[in-house]
Design a protein around this ligand. Structure first.
Ligand code: ADP
Ligand code: MG
Length: 147
């Protein structure tokens, strides 16, 4: 697949589709997707699309794991959705069992990933920065390291 980069979307539905396209790349291995962007950029919307693409039955109800820091979903591959916005410190990541998730297989989607940065693998890492252009327009800057 050819990836236009940055990839524009102009509606939540298009962002959902982008998430589904990403999910199509994922096989029975470990993948980490980091999502950066302001509140309301569409990080959770993109994650919904990934969940849909992974055939998570109740993908539509996916929400930010604001207080739990992580939500788990069963799809074609397990999906682990992290939102580390309220993470206290790196120790909390170990308490969450973050290292176990890194063993894979599965897809880790991490909103506000900076606290976890040093722990992330070098391969199958997809860094995405979402830029809010105006109104419903978004630009997805995608840095892929697949291998
Ligand atoms: P974040 O997780 O980055 O805080 P959300 O995905 O929860 O953001 O919310 C994004 C909001 O922006 C939603 O209300 C959505 O309807 C709206 N929106 C408007 N245009 C887009 C777009 N192109 N892509 C994604 N969301 C969009
Ligand atoms: Mg969110």
């Amino acid at each position: 697949m050819e990836w236009k980069n940055p990839r524009p979307t102009s509606s939540p539905a298009e962002t959902l589709t982008l998430g589904e396209e990403l999910a199509a790349l994922f096989h029975h291995k470990l993948y980490v997707v980091t999502l950066q962007g302001d509140l309301g950029a569409g990080k959770t919307m993109l994650t919904k699309g990934i969940a849909k693409g992974l055939e998570v039955p109740d993908w539509y109800y996916l929400n930010s794991p604001t207080f739990t820091l992580i939500n788990e979903y069963r799809g074609r591959l397990p999906l682990y959705h992290f939102d580390l916005y309220r993470l206290g410190d790196t120790d909390e990541l170990f308490e969450l069992g973050f290292n176990d998730y890194l063993a894979g297989p599965g897809v880790l989607v991490i909103e506000w990933p900076e606290a976890a940065r040093e722990l992330l693998p070098a391969s199958n890492l997809i860094d995405i920065r979402i830029e809010i252009v105006a109104g419903d327009r978004r630009l997805f800057h995608i840095k892929r390291i697949i291998g």
